[in-house]
Design a binder for this molecule. Structure first.
Ligand SMILES: NC(=O)c1ccc[n+]([C@@H]2O[C@H](COP(=O)([O-])OP(=O)(O)OC[C@H]3O[C@@H](n4cnc5c(N)ncnc54)[C@H](OP(=O)(O)O)[C@@H]3O)[C@@H](O)[C@H]2O)c1
Length: 383
């Protein structure tokens, strides 16, 4: 493969906030992050109902020569697209990712993958049947810091990891910041903090206590949970979960909130929101004012200061120009180049187990979304 550069041609489905951030990252020259084996080209974007909005989106993202479509159906029919990035609200992921797969397109689908596990299973089966690539866009897993931490845990240098604390919370003035129609609290758009931010707390818990185990011994965790609902819409505003992972009975404590903050002064005075605790030491994510979903700096704290295998130090990765979403895009490009149908960083079976845990948390707390967005029927009118 050395010497050849593989170019992947992207289609962007939706023109909202994260589509913009992701597309701006795609147009950055990968060499700025020392990546020379792959390249990205944005060949088209679609808005659900306005080609003018798609055109403006492409211009604002700095894409030249891309096609602008006024419907998602037109986008998925474009023969020049290798992979579609689905960036609609998670209520719509099942319908839109399925639209892409049915049209024969590879898919990178934003988190939360779907509204429920039943939808996720159907997408995974369909991708497999059609020989297409499918991945949930949990970008956190592809940051160099995440990859390194997984390697340290897998190497056994931390001993057996028995506990992970992970808090991803933003203290907002919920009534003021989130009017009922806002997707964060709007039940019609699968609003609520569990599916939007809790997925990141669960990402840390799962990528350490599940993913770092040999696949032959990975088993779904049990979970107990509590939830506080936002009285105006009924979406969850704070959710706390305790998960128990076989085979070591390791505990994952995953919390998430839009009412209280993990880092109220933005200076990390509150300490690390992510702690990975093994018998030989601990790793903490340290990013000041940042959050667990964009990890750059971490601290290794050995139990024995003379432990030669585990150096007590802070490791800092400066994020190259851009937001850091390019790491997951690079992963997709390499998977497509190598003919893979899923990413080892987040296999589809793992996305499904995580969705099952979130289903269980919703069941324990009576959080049910409108029938249409929990449905596995396809196609449905109005999407
Ligand atoms: N990875 C991350 O860091 C990150 C950050 C934020 C959000 N997300 C995820 O990305 C997804 C989108 O979030 P966002 O913040 O980009 O949302 P957003 O700003 O509201 O954008 C969503 C876009 O989806 C399209 N859309 C299609 N049908 C829609 C409908 N019925 N209601 C609303 N929008 C509809 C719209 O674009 P057109 O109509 O023009 O197509 C809209 O601009 C969510 O699943 C969220 O969890 C991920």
């Amino acid at each position: 493969m050395s010497g050849t550069v593989h170019t992947v041609r992207w289609g962007i489905l939706a023109t909202g906030g994260i589509a913009r951030t992701f597309t701006k990252d795609l147009v950055i020259d990968p060499q700025t992050r020392d990546v020379t084996d792959i390249k990205h080209q944005v060949v088209a974007a679609a808005s659900s109902n306005s080609s003018e909005r798609a055109e403006k989106f492409l211009q604002e993202c700095g894409v030249s020569g891309g096609k602008a479509y006024g419907s998602y159906k037109e986008l998925v029919a474009d023969a020049n697209i290798d992979v579609v990035y689905v960036a609609t609200p998670h209520s719509h992921h099942y319908q839109h990712a399925r639209l892409c797969l049915e049209a024969g397109k590879n898919v990178l689908c934003e988190k939360a993958f779907t509204t429920n596990a039943a939808q996720a299973k159907i997408l995974a089966q369909l991708a497999k049947k059609k020989g297409l690539f499918l991945m949930e866009a949990v970008w956190t897993r592809y940051f160099p810091a995440s990859r390194e931490i997984r390697e340290i845990v897998k190497s056994g240098k931390l001993g057996t990891v028995y506990r992970v604390f992970a808090d991803v919370s933003f203290g907002q003035d919920v009534e003021k910041d989130f009017p009922p129609e806002n997707r964060m609290v709007n039940m019609d758009l699968a609003g609520g903090v569990l599916l939007d931010l809790g997925i990141y707390s669960l990402t840390w818990v799962f990528q350490i206590l599940y993913h770092c185990l040999d696949p032959s011994i990975r088993k779904p965790p049990t979970v107990v949970s509590v939830m506080t609902k936002y009285p105006i819409t009924g979406a969850d505003e704070s959710t706390s979960m305790v998960l128990n992972f076989p085979p070591h009975n390791a505990h994952g404590i995953a919390t998430t909130s839009i009412r209280v903050d993990k880092d109220p002064d933005g200076k990390s005075t509150a300490g690390s929101p992510i702690r990975i605790q093994g018998t030989k030491g601990e790793i903490q994510i340290l990013e000041t004012g940042g959050n667990g979903f964009r990890p750059s700096t971490y601290r290794i704290i050995p139990k024995d200061p003379n432990d030669a295998s585990l150096q007590g130090k802070d490791v800092e990765h400066k994020t190259p120009p851009g937001h850091g979403m390019f790491w997951e895009a690079d992963e997709v490009a390499r998977c497509l180049r190598d003919g893979k149908q899923e990413s080892e960083g987040l296999p589809l079976a793992e996305s499904i187990v995580i969705m099952e845990s979130m289903d269980e948390v919703r069941k324990q707390n009576g959080l049910v979304y409108p029938e249409q967005i929990e449905s596995t029927d396809y196609p449905l009118a109005g999407f």
